[in-house]
Unconditional design. Sequence first.
Length: 65
Amino acid sequence: MKIKELLLNIAVVFAIVLVVSVIVTYLWNLVAHGSGSVDWDISLVFAFSIGIALPLSLAFRVKEK
């Protein structure tokens, strides 16, 4: 896997995970606390960690084959 493809995969996964985690934290706060607010700290940390981990695991899996 080339570095350009890896960076593109990281950006795409980061964006998808960020959108999903923002929606989930908003709905969780709306249902559990009655106020629709987004927890940006948790959403960004989760998106960074998953956004880097998933493409790297894919790159290592492709490299082994």
